[in-house]
Design a protein around this ligand. Sequence first.
Ligand SMILES: *[C@@H]1O[C@H](CO)[C@@H](O)[C@H](O)[C@H]1NC(C)=O
Ligand SMILES: *[C@@H]1O[C@H](CO)[C@@H](O)[C@H](O)[C@H]1NC(C)=O
Ligand SMILES: *[C@@H]1O[C@H](CO)[C@@H](O)[C@H](O)[C@H]1NC(C)=O
Ligand SMILES: *[C@@H]1O[C@H](CO)[C@@H](O)[C@H](O)[C@H]1NC(C)=O
Ligand SMILES: *[C@@H]1O[C@H](CO)[C@@H](O)[C@H](O)[C@H]1NC(C)=O
Ligand SMILES: *[C@@H]1O[C@H](CO)[C@@H](O)[C@H](O)[C@H]1NC(C)=O
Ligand SMILES: *[C@@H]1O[C@H](CO)[C@@H](O)[C@H](O)[C@H]1NC(C)=O
Ligand SMILES: *[C@@H]1O[C@H](CO)[C@@H](O)[C@H](O)[C@H]1NC(C)=O
Ligand SMILES: *[C@@H]1O[C@H](CO)[C@@H](O)[C@H](O)[C@H]1NC(C)=O
Length: 484
Amino acid sequence: MALIIALMIALACHAQAKAVFAHFMVANSENFTLDNWREDIRSAQAAKIDAFALNTGYGGLYTGQLLNDAFTVAAELDFKLFLSLDYSGDGHWPQDQVIKWLGNYTKLPAYYKHNNETPLVSTFEGYEAQGDWVNIKKKVDCFFVPDWSSIMPEKLASSTVTDGLMSWSAWPDGTAAMNTSMDERYLAALKSSNGTDKPYIMPVSPWFYANMVRYNKNWVWQGDDLWYTRWKQVYEIDPEYVEILTWNDVGESHYIGPIHELDLGTFVSGGAPFDYAIGMPHDGWRAFLPYVVDEYKNGQGSATIEEEGLVTWYRLSPSWACSAGKTTGNTATQGQTTLPPGEVLKDAIFFSALLESAADVFVSIDGKAESVDWSDTPDGSGKGIYFGSVPMDNRTGEVIVTLSRGGHELTRVLGQPITTICGNNNMTNWNAWVGSNMTNSSAANSSASDSSGDKESSAWTMRSELRGLLIPALIVGVCLGWVI
Ligand SMILES: *[C@@H]1O[C@H](CO)[C@@H](O)[C@H](O)[C@H]1NC(C)=O
Ligand SMILES: *[C@@H]1O[C@H](CO)[C@@H](O)[C@H](O)[C@H]1NC(C)=O
Ligand SMILES: *[C@@H]1O[C@H](CO)[C@@H](O)[C@H](O)[C@H]1NC(C)=O
Ligand SMILES: *[C@@H]1O[C@H](CO)[C@@H](O)[C@H](O)[C@H]1NC(C)=O
Ligand SMILES: *[C@@H]1O[C@H](CO)[C@@H](O)[C@H](O)[C@H]1NC(C)=O
Ligand SMILES: *[C@@H]1O[C@H](CO)[C@@H](O)[C@H](O)[C@H]1NC(C)=O
Ligand SMILES: *[C@@H]1O[C@H](CO)[C@@H](O)[C@H](O)[C@H]1NC(C)=O
Ligand SMILES: *[C@@H]1O[C@H](CO)[C@@H](O)[C@H](O)[C@H]1NC(C)=O
Ligand SMILES: *[C@@H]1O[C@H](CO)[C@@H](O)[C@H](O)[C@H]1NC(C)=O
């Protein structure tokens, strides 16, 4: 018995260390005011994101000022930040500079600490500077979890400077479905014979489309169902940490943060043929994160649904209508076999719903509505996230996705129209448009009480609310005791 309790406490204390980060490109926040930082940090907090991994290249003109502002606002709003040093960009990080920058920022109260103790430091690439970290770690107390994805995890297993590893493999190959093979290879590399495995940062991304002439980057990877599928893989892998790729990398179309019109300069500096983020919001991809993050942290079936809702995403033109813009599916620059982008990304409207119980979905294109079947529904009671898609079938016009239960509309998303007329010199924008809408909560509450057993269910809610307070209180108490 005592053993079981000890085990439960150990597990519970361990579970507390779990966190969700979002990769944040500091270069794309060059024109941020303090209010911009506040807006983004509040949006991240509303999505239950714990910290931004601040991607920082060496030698940026305004980096110091931007980091100072970010840390000021994070402290004000009780948010956390840590540095992800970018070794791939225009300049490598000299060792003495790493020591100076980390020395300054890891001391700040808003700096994210592994297990509330040791400042977490990550990278984007930089394996060749591995040797620097022997000395850096002597000078700066830090928990070092680099992303060295150009090197296979098996080779990284023997590294003595790393305290954990991050992977950048968040997208599938060609038309294949995303799987967890690479994640499992990382976990194997992080295994330790004494049972205390090193932490893994698992990458999760909703999309990938880049068209940057200056960086010789012009490809898509399969993202159609990725935001739905990959989070289920997070539950399976159950890593210590998750990092969303990304918060604001507009140039690679995998941002989930708000678009700031004054900060889209990367399309100019990167030599993009057109700005493929403007007018293409991705905020809807954050709508279910509070639920998804709770499920990841506390176990499937544990999270409560604050509001039911609907998210939909799709490209605004079918793949054949305009030129591909020389975009390929996959990329030869990473040793992949390329194929037409329209084979990797389907001409379809994708949708996902967060529901207490089953509901019906209708998709209307140009005023013609059809009832659509879900392709995936949650196990058991029907509570959780649903997913489906409907082919465009060459239809164009306004898109409306509607969610209803028992003939009552729960919510709808009024989407951008699909068109075969492309601006941008007739080039296809392979980025996704994303919309979302939550339910009108008073309508949802009244329809929920229609169902059955009001009294019983409210008594149950009371009890589980009490339990909900008591158990965390106990766990926090014991974990604190444990640390002290
Ligand atoms: C570190 O902080 C000192 C004191 O505030 C400042 O003068 C220096 O410029 C900072 N250096 C870096 C690299 O942030
Ligand atoms: C997982 O996906 C990768 C890349 O698409 C593929 O090479 C690998 O064979 C897949 N693994 C399994 C178990 O299907
Ligand atoms: C377990 O081994 C790893 C190295 O493989 C070491 O870093 C860690 O401190 C060890 N943990 C314990 C509790 O001995
Ligand atoms: C910031 O604003 C300047 C002036 O308008 C612009 O040249 C630059 O590209 C902007 N930076 C970003 C990251 O968009
Ligand atoms: C746009 O591209 C499509 C597909 O390549 C082509 O069929 C069409 O003629 C082009 N339209 C214009 C106006 O160039
Ligand atoms: C859609 O239109 C294209 C171009 O006219 C054609 O090649 C394709 O077969 C059509 N697809 C469907 C599903 O009707
Ligand atoms: C959200 O859903 C409500 C209820 O169905 C609807 O009245 C409203 O127009 C929708 N809002 C948007 C932005 O789609
Ligand atoms: C609906 O129920 C939720 C949870 O019980 C509650 O927080 C919310 O205030 C209710 N909304 C309305 C409009 O009654
Ligand atoms: C929400 O539902 C309530 C009750 O059905 C209704 O009175 C109210 O107008 C609705 N609000 C919106 C914004 O649709």
